[in-house]
Write a protein that binds this ligand. Structure first.
Ligand code: 13P
Length: 251
């Protein structure tokens, strides 16, 4: 049995005061960590204040990092800087970073290797655009992303990895993929992992769906056999909604 994992991606939202209000509201309301894993991906500047107040079953992650350990990379943050303040997760390859900040499959691959080198748990995002889906390219696009992004990762590392399937056309649009489409594509990701590694690895890896997940649709998504969790943007900003979304994984 794969343990469900529910994660909130705050993107570029929340000042320090707003982040503090959120963490005080949720940190002691998360279900037992044996039953569900919960994570908040927050902007760099509030990571430390969230880590200090994260409680028993809420982990804190960064939305990005550099793949080098130090150097002349103005504006960037290194993996060891994250671990030094108690950050345990990192999001890699979000479609917004791929589209707007030159994130490539090659840099995602380097970041995944570095995340594992530093004991950070990565969530890798993959997904197709509307144009690609309409041209029947979804499987090809995702297959290529997986081949490139997972290059040279060991089977043991891939078992620990979480993959978030986020169709770009469903992000922030209110247009959730139907549960069937989401499950079918998560199933394709699992089959691809079986092909690139083996059945055991494919059975172990956790796959989330992301894209307009909210309180009203999470139950149907979580009921699908290939969906092990959700990566949630907008709806993760409200403390009450986030608590409900994490609890949905218990059903
Ligand atoms: P929304 O839930 O706001 O559609 O965002 C999804 C997302 O991009 C999470 O990483």
């Amino acid at each position: 049995m794969r343990k469900p994992i529910i994660a909130g991606n705050w993107k570029m939202f929340k000042t320090r005061d707003e982040a503090l209000q959120f963490i005080y509201a949720v940190s002691d309301k998360m279900p037992e960590k044996e039953k569900v894993e919960s994570v908040i991906f927050a902007p760099f500047v509030v990571l430390r204040c969230l880590v200090k107040r994260q409680g028993e079953n809420l982990r804190i992650g960064a939305q990005n990092m550099h793949f080098e350990e130090q150097g002349a990379f103005t504006g960037e943050v290194a993996p060891n800087m994250l671990t030094s303040i108690g950050v345990t997760y990192v999001l890699i390859g979000h479609s917004e970073r791929r589209a707007m900040f030159n994130e490539t499959d090659e840099s995602c691959n380097k970041k995944l290797h570095q995340a594992f080198n530093h004991d950070l748990k990565p969530i890798l995002c993959v997904g197709e655009s509307l144009e690609q889906r309409e041209n029947n390219l979804t499987e090809k696009v995702i297959y290529n992303q997986l081949v490139e992004d997972l290059k040279s990762l060991t089977k043991e590392q891939v078992k620990e990895l979480v993959i978030a399937y986020e169709p770009i056309w469903a992000i922030g649009t209110g247009k959730t993929a139907t549960a069937e489409i989401a499950d079918e594509t998560c199933g394709f990701i699992r089959k691809t992992v079986a092909k690139l590694y083996d059945e055991e690895t494919a059975e172990a890896i956790r796959i989330q769906y992301g894209g307009s997940v909210k309180v009203s649709n999470i139950d149907e998504l979580m009921a699908q056999p290939n969906i092990d969790g959700a990566l949630i943007g907008g709806a993760s900003l409200k403390a009450d909604d986030f608590i409900t979304l994490v609890k949905a994984a218990l059903k």
